[in-house]
Design a protein around this ligand. Structure first.
Ligand code: FES
Length: 117
C-alpha cells in the first residue's frame, strides 16, 4: 500500500447528502469527538470538529456561506476547507476528509494534518 494513501478502512459511510439541509450541518459522533458535516449551497461537503477555535461554540449551528461557517456565539468566520479562522482572528479547528460518491457521504476519521505553522 502506498504510504501516502489513506487507510481505506478509515472511510465510513455516514449517510446521504440529502440528510443535510442545504447550507446546514449534521453531527456525527466519534467517541468523545463530535464532527459537524456541512453542506454548502452548491452541494459540496466539508467536515470539521464541532468546536469553534475561539471558545468551543457549536459550529454545526452556525451559518454556512461562501465556503465558510460563521460561529453562532461570537461570529468568528471559519473556513470549511481548512478549519482555520479567517480575517484577523487566529485559531484552527480540526478538519476531516470527506467525499461524495453519488449522494453518499463518506467521512474519514483521521483528521487532516495541519499545514504550516
Ligand atoms: S465561540 Fe465561536 S466565535 Fe466565540
Amino acid at each position: 500500500m502506498n504510504a501516502l494513501t489513506r487507510d481505506t478502512n478509515a472511510w465510513r459511510l455516514i449517510g446521504s447528502i440529502d440528510d443535510i439541509p442545504s447550507q446546514g450541518a449534521r453531527c456525527v459522533k466519534n467517541g468523545e469527538t463530535t464532527i459537524a458535516v456541512f453542506r454548502t449551497a452548491d452541494d459540496r461537503v466539508f467536515a470539521l470538529e464541532d468546536k469553534c477555535p475561539h471558545k468551543n461554540g457549536p459550529l454545526s449551528q452556525g451559518i454556512v456561506h461562501d465556503g465558510c461557517v460563521t460561529c453562532p456565539l461570537h461570529n468568528w468566520v471559519i473556513s470549511l476547507e481548512t478549519g482555520a479562522a479567517t480575517g484577523a482572528d487566529e485559531g484552527r479547528t480540526a478538519s476531516f476528509p470527506v467525499r461524495l460518491d453519488g449522494r453518499d457521504i463518506y467521512l474519514n476519521l483521521e483528521p487532516n494534518l495541519e499545514m504550516g505553522a
